[in-house]
Design a protein around this ligand. Structure first.
Ligand code: SAH
Ligand code: SF4
Ligand code: F3S
Length: 423
C-alpha cells in the first residue's frame, strides 16, 4: 500500500472502553499518515471494534462485516480488521464466515493492534505530528482492564480477563498531557472503578491526586459497582469540587432473589442505602443506572419490585436491557423462563416509567440557573453539559467560550437535553 493515500474508517460497538480504544488506535494511525474518514465507502482500511455483551451487539458486527465485504468485492485492496471483545471470543468463527477479513485482534491483545495493522498495511512511521484534536474538551482515560466480578450473566470477565489497575502515575501523566492540549474534563473508565488498586493508590486517592492538576476542571468516572462504593468515595464526591455530581450505579434488579442469582453481591436494601447516602452527601446528585429484565427465574413479582424501585428512586436516567444469554456464563445454564414477548413488555414498562420521570426532572430545572462546561460549538450553537451530565444547548455565546464554564438560565427542557441562555 506504499505510495497510496491511506485512510481508515472505524466502526465502534460497545462500551466507553471500546470508544476510548478506538480513539487511541486512530491517533496512533495518524502518526503513520493514515487519516480518518467518516464514510465507509471512502476507506481503504476498515476497522470494526466489537462487543459481545449481548447477542444484539454481535449481530450488529456481523451486519457491518456483510457491508464491508460487499465493498471489498469492488475494491480488493481494502483491508478489513476486526478488533475487540467479539474478536477475542469468536475470532476464528468470524474468520471462517467472512473470508475477506484480513486481521483479527482480540481485546486481550489490544496493545499489539497498532503493530499488527502497521505490518498488515505496510505502513511507515513518518512521525506525522500527532494531530491532537484541540477541541476535545472531554476525554476518556482508562484506569483498569478486565473484571473479576463474574456477574452470572456477563461475558466481560471472559473476554477482557482479570482485573488489573493501571499504573497511577501513568494515568496522572496521560491526564496531564490531555489537559496541556486543552482538555478540561477527564472521564475515568473501568468496569468497576471503585475497586481500582495500584500499589498504595485506591480509587479515591487516585481521584484526589487527579484533582490537584491545574487546568483540569471536571472529573467523571464510570462504572461503579454498588458492592464496592465506599463511604470514603462518597465523602470525596461531597468535598472535591472538581468531581461531577453524577454517578452511574447499575442496580440491575431490585429483587434480592434475582440479585443473588446474578451474583451481584449486594441486596436491594444495600443499594437503597447507597442512594440515600449519596443524596445526603451530594445535594442534587444525578444517579443513573442499568437494569436487566427477564433474567432467568425473574417472576412477575420480581419484576414488580424492580418497577417499583424505579418509580421510587427516581433515577436521573437509565439503560434497560432484555436479558441475553451469553455462552459460557453461569446464567447460560439457568432456565430462561421469560418469553421474548414478556421481556419486551417489561423492557417497555421500565423505559416508559423512566422517561416520564426523566422529563419531570428536567422540566423542574426550567427557570433555574446552571453552571455548564462548554464542550462544542456547532453553527453558532454552544453545546455544554451540567455537572450532572445533562446536555445544554446555549444561545448567545461565541468561539472563545469553548472549554469555559458559563452560567446559563434554563428556558426549555426535553427528555435528555436542555436549552438555555447565558446569564
Ligand atoms: N461493568 C459494568 C457494566 C458493563 S456491561 C457494571 O457492572 O456496571 C453494561 C450493562 O449491560 C450491564 O450493567 C448490564 O445491565 C448489561 N448486561 C450485561 N450483560 C448482559 C446480558 N447478558 N444480557 C443483558 N444485559 C446485559
Ligand atoms: Fe460484567 Fe459484573 Fe464485571 Fe460489570 S461487574 S463487567 S456486569 S461481571
Ligand atoms: Fe462490550 Fe467488551 Fe465493553 S463485551 S461492553 S465492549 S468490555
Amino acid at each position: 500500500m506504499v505510495g497510496k493515500v491511506l485512510n481508515y474508517f472505524i466502526e465502534t460497538i460497545g462500551c466507553q472502553m471500546n470508544i476510548y480504544e478506538s480513539n487511541k488506535l486512530g491517533l496512533a494511525l495518524s502518526a503513520y499518515g493514515v487519516s480518518k474518514v467518516n464514510v465507509l465507502q471512502e476507506a481503504n482500511i476498515v476497522i470494526l471494534n466489537t462487543c459481545s455483551v449481548r447477542l444484539q451487539s454481535e449481530q450488529k458486527a456481523f451486519s457491518f462485516l456483510g457491508r464491508a465485504e460487499e465493498l471489498k468485492k469492488d475494491n480488493p485492496n481494502i483491508k478489513i480488521i476486526v478488533i475487540g471483545c467479539m474478536a477475542e471470543r469468536i475470532g476464528f468463527k468470524i474468520q471462517q464466515r467472512f473470508k475477506s477479513v484480513d486481521l483479527i485482534v482480540g481485546s486481550k491483545d489490544i496493545d499489539n493492534a497498532v503493530l499488527k495493522i502497521v505490518n498488515l498495511c505496510n505502513l511507515y512511521d513518518f512521525s506525522f505530528d500527532k494531530v491532537e484534536d484541540f477541541s476535545n474538551i472531554v476525554r476518556y482515560v482508562t484506569i483498569m482492564r478486565g473484571c473479576d466480578n463474574y456477574c452470572s450473566y456477563c461475558i466481560v470477565p471472559l473476554v477482557r480477563g482479570r482485573e488489573i489497575g493501571f499504573n497511577a502515575l501513568d494515568i496522572l501523566e496521560e491526564s496531564s498531557l490531555l489537559i496541556k492540549n486543552g482538555t478540561k474534563e477527564v472521564v475515568l473508565l473501568g468496569q468497576n472503578v471503585n475497586s481500582y488498586r495500584y500499589k498504595n493508590f485506591n480509587f479515591t486517592s487516585l481521584v484526589k491526586s487527579l484533582a490537584t492538576i491545574n487546568g483540569l476542571e471536571r472529573i467523571r468516572f464510570m462504572t461503579n459497582h454498588p458492592k464496592d462504593l465506599s463511604d470514603e468515595l462518597i465523602e470525596m464526591m461531597a468535598t472535591e469540587s472538581k468531581v461531577c455530581s453524577h454517578i452511574h450505579l447499575p442496580m440491575q434488579s431490585a429483587s434480592n432473589k434475582v440479585l443473588k442469582a446474578m451474583n451481584r453481591k449486594y441486596s436491594y436494601e444495600h443499594y437503597i442505602g447507597l442512594v440515600k447516602k449519596l443524596r445526603m452527601a451530594v445535594p442534587n446528585i444525578r444517579i443513573t443506572t442499568d437494569i436487566i429484565v427477564g433474567f432467568p427465574g425473574e417472576t412477575k413479582e420480581d419484576f414488580e419490585e424492580t418497577f417499583k424501585a424505579v418509580k421510587e428512586i427516581r433515577f436521573g436516567g437509565l439503560y434497560v436491557f432484555r436479558y441475553s444469554s451469553r455462552p459460557d456464563t453461569k446464567a447460560a445454564n439457568m432456565f430462561d423462563n421469560t418469553s421474548l414477548k414478556e421481556k419486551k413488555m417489561r423492557h417497555r414498562l421500565i423505559l416508559e416509567e423512566s422517561n416520564k420521570i426523566s422529563v419531570e426532572i428536567v422540566k423542574s430545572m426550567v427557570g433555574n440557573a446552571q453552571q455548564v462546561l462548554v464542550e462544542k460549538i456547532k453553527n453558532g450553537v454552544i453545546e455544554a453539559r451540567t455537572s450532572g451530565g445533562y446536555k445544554v444547548f446555549v444561545t448567545g455565546g461565541s468561539e472563545k467560550d469553548l472549554g469555559r464554564h458559563l452560567n446559563v438560565s434554563i428556558k426549555e427542557a426535553k427528555v435528555n437535553s436542555l436549552f438555555g441562555d447565558i446569564v
